[in-house]
Design a protein around this ligand. Structure first.
Ligand code: F6R
Length: 256
């Protein structure tokens, strides 16, 4: 039987983010002492924003250096260039990379403008690069209302790898706010790390805030492990934890 995913409920997103940032900072400092790198898997979206703010604060005020950090972002929309205002590249630069000292050569993204004929090789090269760096030490995730992690929409297999995917209706509707509130402008496809790729991370922190996530959070943590809610696969991960605020945790059944 799968175990229940570990979860922690915080008063607000900022206090949860401070906890996760503290864990990441500790890992960065421990590795720095050994002259070793840390590999972080990063997400975009609303959920990780307080975490990035806290990490930037620690960089500025507590001299946390990211010089030994290597990053791999989870996903990118197809057809969206890296300098497009709606790209995940732009999001990450604006909300994190421009404010810390990660050397540019240590920052990795899937490219949304890869020509179709080269997508399979591009995705495979991304996987190889993660492996070459020794795998992801600490993966940050959000959760979509469709239950997706990365852009692994319902139906994605637990062993899926980095690939081209079609975005579902719920996901595209939620993304419209980043594309001038027009569904028409939202890409239909994306490149994403697979569920199998994500499951290989040594530690995983999934962040979810607000009542709009309460139902999917309950299904992920206390429902059956199923491709209908890909985040439920995390029940099978040894070191995955959900960091929630009270509204996101409000539908969890108290275990006796
Ligand atoms: C983003 C990503 C997505 C988001 C998810 C939640 O890189 O991979 O899985 O984490 O859609 O988005 P927010 O945090 O905006 O609710």
């Amino acid at each position: 039987m799968p175990k229940t995913i570990r979860y922690r409920v915080f008063e607000n997103p900022d206090s949860a983010a401070a906890q996760v940032a503290g864990e990441i900072a500790q890992l960065i400092r421990e590795r720095a002492l050994l002259d070793r790198q840390v590999v972080l898997g990063l997400a975009t979206g609303r959920s990780p924003l307080p975490l990035y703010e806290e990490l930037i604060y620690q960089h500025r005020e507590e001299r946390l250096s990211f010089s030994n950090v290597v990053t791999f972002n989870l996903d990118e929309y197809t057809g969206v260039g890296r300098n497009d205002p709606a790209s995940f590249h732009t999001f990450m630069r604006k909300n994190f990379f421009d404010h810390v000292d990660i050397p540019a050569r240590q920052i990795h993204f899937l490219s949304g403008t890869t020509p179709p004929a080269k997508i399979a090789a591009h995705c495979e090269a991304y996987e190889d690069l993660i492996e070459k760096h020794g795998g992801i030490d600490y993966q940050i995730l959000g959760i979509g209302r469709s239950g997706h992690v990365g852009f692994n929409e319902p139906g994605s297999s637990i062993v899926s790898r980095t690939r081209l995917v079609e975005l579902g209706e719920i996901t595209r509707n939620d993304a419209a706010r980043d594309f001038g509130d027009s569904l028409e402008n939202v890409p239909t496809h994306a490149l994403t790390m697979g569920c199998g790729t994500i499951m290989e991370a040594k530690r995983i922190a999934l962040l979810a805030w607000g009542s709009a996530k309460a139902s999917v959070v309950r299904r992920a943590i206390q429902g059956r492990v199923s491709s209908k809610v890909c985040a439920s696969y995390l029940q099978k991960h040894e070191a995955a934890c959900f960091y929630l605020d009270s509204p996101a945790a409000s539908l969890l059944k108290v275990e006796k």
